[in-house]
Design a protein around this ligand. Structure first.
Ligand code: SF4
Length: 662
């Protein structure tokens, strides 16, 4: 059966001799006889689809279910291609875990194919600790402290705020005394064309790739990607957001302070320019006061959300025009400033920051941008940023990527879904319709048949939808939600991860559970704002625990075995209708359902992480019963509304499995 699937393929003649595909077949044979690997039809199909696309220099979109082994499916054809053409394969992903896994996978592929494939790894600047920045903020501390911090950084145990504080911001490069022991500096050296031209694979994350593409397209600087390179975008469903972030123009008080320091340092018409900076500070302070009035009731729960400021902005056009005129004047005057050679970096930075402010004010008003405010510290002007990003991110992606590059593979476990659409286009294309639009894919894109996960969901999982309809959108339902969770977690004896879409609801349910703490014996954990996700994951896995979580736990958490045997989705993860989502919905009616499906598939994908895993999925949001296509898009097939059936499944099917927990 499997052989006939493969033999029936027709190959597109491209820039390769037909032997290229033969080599992929040979690699599949080698993989199949290696006792360390389980043959998977989905992986082989995907590998051949990717090989054909690489041979035909085409853009391919391919969804690969959890456990397919998609990294082997693109590394094998990609690395064979890179050896043949002497052009490195570029693999970009969005998570550190995947980047690290890819390093191991390349070494494994080298062994299987008895070929030494070489690689370099690069990540975006926020993934590296800057020694110089740390030292300037901790003058009294010595190198031992930095080494401890570096260790926490590498294990992922570092707290998010610490990471933000000490990550690379403005690198001094060759002028930095710490450069020889700096991972960021060394990474940038390794990514120079004279090194990358001789490696077989360049592993990067999306942030670095986008930063590089942006420089290449906007500043016409040579980048990582050269003509003839083949690119794989893994976790491609994240790419649109990462491009939006990269093009987001942001102004905040931190920037104002840096500008003031630079103006003083350059002695640049101090009286006039510091007065202009004061006006900008007042503009931000005024905004902060107005936002407090609007969002006071929601309090800390708006942290990190994109807040709608369209109406507020419309009342401030006069102030903005005044500021725009003043910063335009400042920029012109700066051109004629005499400054010492030693101040060149300060001058360039100031010039860039003035440009950012002008770009920001120019972007407000015309219908080309979407804009919002965001708080990092609640209702504190020092933690407020005003942001603006282009509306049509798909056109930018097209310009950055598809216009100049031919061989591009986009893959992920969540690229499509059975979102109901009226479309005359072919079935595969319809399945990927949302991402096709969001990522600006060219007409010539090939759509691979989605490859299903090889795991036996039918035998190994049970979906529980409570028979009593709880309106999980209502604040007053927190106690009912807490009761459902406790009931399920008691059946599972802990081992339960709960995914919330809002911190407010999570805290309210947590409060309800604490009131009933005499009804359970497992450890109750809750994700905290500034806690390390890795540390919390370890704490959860090391005991019988129930973890209430949001955000990061919906994606990228990999807990195999009985430690995680029950996953509860409280509310279907429809996106918050913030300015970006509102704009997207105005141009693409699929947005709400499609974004929800991507997140739901990612979230529920946390439960079964290997062939051996068994588990219960509970979805408390009763809307799922009316929208049949949601469950049809998920791999689970056994569904019950009876808690007694859940109990029976756990006692009969899972007892032995659960007893294996250390
Ligand atoms: S080389 Fe750059 S990133 Fe590294 S420590 Fe120095 S300034 Fe920081």
């Amino acid at each position: 059966m499997m052989l006939s699937v493969i033999i029936k393929r027709t190959f597109v003649p491209g820039g390769f001799p037909i032997k290229y595909i033969d080599e992929i077949f040979k690699a599949i044979d080698l993989l199949n006889v290696d006792s360390k690997y389980v043959p998977r039809e989905g992986q082989e199909n995907l590998m051949l689809d990717i090989g054909e696309a690489m041979q035909g220099e085409a853009v391919l979109m391919a969804e690969a279910g959890v456990g397919i082994g998609k990294s082997f499916a693109y590394l094998i054809p990609g690395l064979i291609r890179s050896k043949r053409l002497k052009k490195p394969l570029i693999v970009s992903s969005s998570s550190i875990q995947l980047t690290e896994q890819l390093v191991g996978d390349i070494e494994a592929v080298s062994q299987i194919l008895s070929t030494n494939f070489t690689y370099v790894v690069g990540k975006g600047r926020t993934n590296y600790l800057c020694y110089a920045r740390y030292k300037s903020g901790n003058k009294h501390k010595d190198l031992t402290d930095i080494l401890t911090l570096q260790e926490e950084w590498k294990t992922g145990f570092i707290k998010p705020m610490e990471k933000k504080k000490w990550c690379v911001d403005n690198c001094l490069f060759n002028q930095c005394e710490y450069r020889n022991s700096c991972d960021f500096y060394n990474m940038r050296q390794n990514l120079k064309p004279r090194y990358t031209s001789s490696v077989d694979c360049i592993i990067v994350n999306h942030n670095l790739l986008v930063e590089d593409l942006k420089k290449k397209v906007k500043l016409h600087q040579p980048g990582l990607i050269q003509e003839g390179h083949s690119i794989v975008l893994d976790e491609a469903h994240k790419f649109e957001d990462i491009v939006r972030d990269a093009f987001n123009i942001k102004i905040n008080i931190k920037m104002v302070k840096r500008m003031e320091r630079a103006i003083k340092d350059l002695e640049f018409d101090l009286g006039l320019n510091l007065k202009t900076m004061r006006l900008l500070t007042e503009f931000l302070e005024d905004f902060n006061r107005e936002l407090i009035k609007i969002y006071a009731i929601e309090g800390k729960y708006i942290l990190g959300n994109r807040l709608d400021i369209k109406e507020l902005m419309s009342m401030k056009f006069k102030d903005m025009n005044l500021l725009l005129a003043k910063f335009n004047t400042m920029k012109s005057e700066l051109r004629y400033l005499d400054f010492k050679d030693s101040k060149e970096k300060v001058y360039d930075e100031l010039d860039e920051m003035i440009g950012t402010i002008i770009d920001y004010f120019e972007s407000i008003g015309p219908e080309v941008s979407v804009y919002w405010a965001i708080y990092e510290k609640i209702f504190d002007v020092n933690g407020l940023a005003l942001c603006s990003a282009p509306k049509e991110i798909n056109k930018i992606i097209y310009e950055l990527l598809f216009e100049n590059q031919k061989s591009i593979i986009l893959t992920s476990a969540t690229l499509g879904g059975n979102v109901p659409i009226n479309s005359a286009i072919n079935q595969n294309r319809a399945y990927y319709e949302y991402q096709t639009q969001a990522l600006g894919l060219p007409e010539s894109t090939i759509y691979s048949t989605p490859q299903k996960s090889p795991y036996n969901y039918e035998e190994n999982t049970l979906v529980y939808l409570p028979s009593m309809d709880i309106d999980v959108r209502e604040d007053s339902m927190s106690n009912d939600i807490a009761n459902e969770i406790i009931q399920l977690a008691n059946i599972m004896d802990g081992r339960t991860l709960i995914l919330f879409t809002s911190k407010k609801q999570m805290e309210s349910v947590y409060g309800g559970m604490l009131l009933r703490k005499d009804t359970f014996t497992w450890k109750l954990l809750k994700q905290e704002d500034n806690g390390s996700v890795n540390r919390l994951r370890e704490e959860f896995s090391s005991q019988k625990a129930v973890l209430l979580s949001t955000g990061a736990f919906w994606e990228g958490i990999n807990i195999k075995g009985p430690e995680l045997s029950c996953l509860i989705v409280v509310k279907l993860p429809y996106p918050v209708p913030d300015p970006v989502i509102k704009y997207k919905a105005s141009t693409n009616p699929l947005v709400h359902e499609a974004e929800m499906m991507i997140k739901l598939k990612q979230g529920t994908g946390r439960l079964i992480r290997s062939e051996m895993d068994l588990g219960i999925i509970a979805i408390l949001d009763h809307r799922i019963k009316a929208k049949k296509y949601i469950l049809q898009s998920l791999p689970f097939r056994n569904v019950t509304e009876e808690i007694s059936v859940v109990k029976g499944f756990v006692e009969n099917k899972m007892a032995q499995y659960l007893s294996e927990q250390r």
